[in-house]
Design a protein around this ligand. Sequence first.
Ligand code: NI
Length: 181
Amino acid sequence: MALREVLKFPDPRLKRVSEPVKEVTDALRELAADMCEVMYDEPGIGLAAPQVGEPVRLIVVDTEWTDAENDRNPLVLFNPEIVSREGKVTWNEGCLSVPDFNADVERSAQVVVRGTLLDGQPYEETADELRAVCFQHEIDHLDGVLFIDRISRLKRSLYVKKRKKQLRAEEEEAQSLGSRL
Ligand code: NI
């Protein structure tokens, strides 16, 4: 089975606000499994459902995995929300949906996250450092927000220019391949 494709900026679907999950269905469990597969394959430490084109409030996170198969411990969380935050931290972030770019983003240093697990049970976790940043980044996706929306206007516009150039080059490449058919 082919892996789901990760949508890339400036795909407008990344800007949608995702819908809350009312009930954890088999289809959603399957989506969560697919998302974990994509996360490990890319590789990444977190993924939000809208990144694979599904506008539902679902994230998967694994901030400590290594290449060993038995060292994977993904957290699948439906309707995740941050119920409290403390302190500030600046982290150099990247995103599977924002190719070839990293930037410093200011986030809360510690967050308490609540959500619903795969089995429907409530979940709560206090996270700090990378894991806190990861939760904030992924939950942002559910609200249609990318990390480049949280950097300076100048840095963002430089990236947007670079990305447009990159997309034009890809398009020209595809066209020249087409003309050789
Ligand atoms: Ni991201």
